[in-house]
Design a protein around this ligand. Structure first.
Ligand SMILES: O=C(O)CCC(=O)C(=O)O
Ligand SMILES: [Fe+2]
Length: 323
């Protein structure tokens, strides 16, 4: 199957990104993820209730309202609890993460991989730089008591190449971003700067929200928001400058961002586990077992908990462009 048209491939090459409408089937591809995460939220609610942090498990609320309520009452955005990745430092044996079967089936979804194959070829490695992002309405998001800033808001302007180690600078890394529920401008959709991938890797400055390409290096006046519907998928090059808006709505903005690269190339986060998602030449090397994937992350967590932190950041804020 070749779900991506020649014109879409050309757009991707020329402008650094392409949104493919309706690539995923909301019911068969997305709803299983949503059902699985309902259970994860249930676990979190039960834990916080048992320790007396929240006054109810809010079991009757729909997912978005429930997670928002629980974050608000506990005063904390529990993003790590849901994420299928680990922090870059300070990992402990019991650092929470969610590496469940519905997530694995999404990473290996054949509709998605058919598309990925058209961008990077038939030897496809699942790069472990990946996240679920549940962004609550900003006016209900707990703030950081030290800074007064919301604990989760915008994503600043950056290139995904900037968040991996230099060893992956020649890796053909593809970013795949899609919403689980419609992501409007108001809800804080993704924004891109068309053609920005033509300017090489830019300096990133560590800031309140994470790594950011400062305006002094690259103006953002050409930026465009990309509102997307359930089922739409954005494919982006590793040098395309992008960000996301704050959530000014009353509903969560919920998305997955995944990455793939041709097998054999460095992922840029070697302490995290990737796997062969598809191989034309060695189909037996494909990982097909969700429990095997879960174990890879559990082993990585154990190794990181007992090893030396090696952050994936290469940038310093002492650089003059960050002043
Ligand atoms: O979803 C977001 O807010 C940011 C996503 C992002 O930076 C990415 O997918 O690379
Ligand atoms: Fe990104």
């Amino acid at each position: 199957m070749k779900p991506i048209s020649d014109e879409q491939l050309k757009t991707f090459d020329e402008h650094g990104y392409v949104v493919v409408k309706g690539l995923l089937d909301p019911e068969t591809d997305l709803d299983p993820i949503i059902r699985e995460y309902a259970g994860v939220l249930d676990n979190l609610a039960n834990e916080l209730y048992a320790e007396g942090t929240i006054s109810s498990t809010y079991a009757d609320l729909p997912f978005g309202e429930r997670v928002t309520k629980i974050y608000g009452e506990s005063g904390k955005v529990h993003a790590q609890y849901f994420d299928f990745s680990l922090p870059q430092g300070g990992v402990k044996e019991d650092t929470p993460m969610w590496v469940g079967p519905a997530v694995f089936r999404t990473l290996t979804n054949s509709r998605l991989l058919d598309a990925v194959e058209q961008f990077i070829g038939p030897e496809i490695y699942s790069n472990p730089v990946q996240h679920v992002r549940i962004k609550p309405p900003e006016h209900l998001t707990p703030v950081n008591p030290d800074t007064g800033l919301v604990q989760l808001g915008i994503t600043p302007w950056h290139q995904d190449n900037g968040v991996v180690l230099p060893e992956a600078d020649d890796t053909k890394m593809l970013t795949v971003w899609f919403p689980l529920t419609d992501a409007s401008i108001e809800q804080g959709c993704l924004c891109v700067i068309p053609d920005s991938h033509r300017h090489g890797l830019m300096h990133h400055c560590p800031g309140n929200w994470g790594l950011e390409v400062p305006d002094s290096i690259f103006g953002k006046s050409e930026a465009i928001p990309l509102p997307m519907r359930r089922g739409d998928v954005l494919f982006m090059q590793k040098l395309t400058v992008h960000s996301s808006l704050s959530n000014r709505s009353n509903e969560i903005r919920w998305s997955f961002d995944l990455r793939y690269n041709p097998t054999g190339q460095p992922t840029g986060r070697g302490a995290f586990p990737g796997f062969v998602a598809r191989s034309k030449t060695h189909p037996e090397s494909e990982l097909r077992d969700p429990a095997g994937w879960e174990r890879l992350w559990q082993d990585a967590r154990f190794a990181m908990a007992h090893g030396v932190d090696r952050p994936f950041n290469r940038w310093s804020k002492d650089h003059p462009v960050c002043a």
